[in-house]
Design a binder for this molecule. Structure first.
Ligand code: PEP
Ligand code: MN
Length: 373
């Protein structure tokens, strides 16, 4: 059961103390308090765990400071969308709002290689009005002999360049808790010129200790990629690990499933699951067409297959696009064959815009037809 309190509740008020005293007295029930910091207000939600069937919803709703009570109908208690649960959940990070009703493009380098390439990339993003990017410093590679990323050595210049070009959020994969500390340190040393969204890659989707660590910190939002060989339910439960620990600023990333049935693409594109994740949870949904498709193949209609996959996700309501670009893909140290060229950035962005507008029209159409029924 979720007890949703009135917005901006004063935790020192008598009413709040009365509520807490009431909850403390409930037999066989424990609770956890979550704060949701939105653009305008702080929402407090209390998750009751245990024998909640014996509680009356009406009675709970009449307690001081309580606005609404929702019975949990999903196993994803915090992130799930429950029956009669009409909460609109979005979060703001470093001036950028993430939710199920908007879209952000995170175009950038799969892996940071040189400061020059980082700067060329950031400048191009600024020229095209972008405030988000992807930059890999820690690269989990299939071969232990492959380039593993520059790690903390590159963080300071990446953050400084981001600040110089007005980039507000960088999606950056981490594979160990020490990486979070290195990112914190580098941001501090450079005077917080930008923000970071911690990315948990598909190889670590079920690294539960990492999830718990990342979930306990609330400084950075998290992009959790779907595990490439597990069910959607298992991946959504992994996201719930983050929220259970206290961080519910989580974006869920689709990046294709490992299967030869997807050949000749690197992975089998799973963007039909965009609306499914939005139906089951409150998380904004990211698509990664680069790691899904994995090649720069151009279809007979002149559009890249990566663009086609992107648009399939956007027209289904995706909220974030993670996409690899590189100023010189032939020189990229990781995933050059799937990187788009900088001169393709405006083409890519315009194409996305067309699909987003089409999606918005489809939603308006649905509202019109659903009202008629
Ligand atoms: C990446 O985005 O750089 C990456 C390695 O993705 P994934 O974890 O989906 O393979
Ligand atoms: Mn990659």
């Amino acid at each position: 059961m979720i007890v949703i309190l009135q917005p901006n509740i004063n935790k020192n008020s008598n009413e709040y103390h009365q509520l807490i005293a009431y909850l403390d007295n409930l037999a066989n029930i424990t609770y956890r308090i979550h704060e949701v910091r939105g653009d305008q207000q702080v929402l407090t939600e209390i998750y009751l765990i245990g024998d909640t069937k014996s509680l009356s919803k009406e009675e709970m709703q009449s307690l001081p400071t309580v606005e609404r009570v929702v019975r949990i109908s999903q196993e994803y208690r915090v992130l799930g969308r429950h029956t009669d649960d009409h909460r609109i959940y979005s979060f703001e990070y470093n001036g950028v709002t993430f939710g199920q009703n908007n879209l952000h493009v995170f175009a950038g380098l799969c892996a940071v290689d040189t400061p020059q390439h980082v700067e060329i990339m950031m400048r191009a993003l600024q020229e095209h009005g972008q405030v988000c990017t992807r930059m890999g410093a820690y690269k989990p590679r299939t071969s232990p002999y492959a380039f593993q990323g520059h790690g903390k050595e590159c963080l300071n210049y990446v953050f400084e360049l981001a600040g110089k070009y007005g980039i507000k959020v960088i999606a950056m994969e981490i594979t160990h808790e020490t990486h979070v500390q290195e990112i914190q340190q580098a941001l501090k040393e450079t005077g917080n010129p930008t923000g970071v969204m911690l990315q948990i890659g598909t190889r670590n989707t079920q690294n539960f200790e990492l999830l718990k660590y990342v979930g306990r910190q609330q400084e950075f939002p998290v992009l959790l990629k779907r595990g490439f060989g597990i069910t959607l339910e298992e991946s959504l439960n992994a996201a719930e690990y983050l929220a259970r620990e206290g961080n519910r600023d989580v974006v869920f990333g689709l990046r294709g499933m490992k299967s030869n049935l997807g050949d000749p693409h690197r992975n089998f594109v799973d963007f039909t699951h965009v609306p499914v994740v939005k139906r089951l949870t409150h998380m904004p949904v990211c698509i990664d067409p680069s790691h899904s498709v994995g090649t720069r193949a151009r279809a007979s209609d002149g559009l890249l297959e990566i663009q086609h996959a992107t648009i399939q996700g956007v027209i289904a309501g995706a909220n974030m696009i993670l996409v690899d670009f590189h100023p010189h893909p032939e020189k990229a140290l990781v995933d050059g064959p799937q990187a788009l060229l900088l001169k393709e950035l405006p083409f890519f962005l315009e194409d996305v815009q067309i699909a987003r507008e089409a999606y918005e029209k489809r939603v308006a159409l649905a509202a019109q037809y659903n009202n008629m029924i």
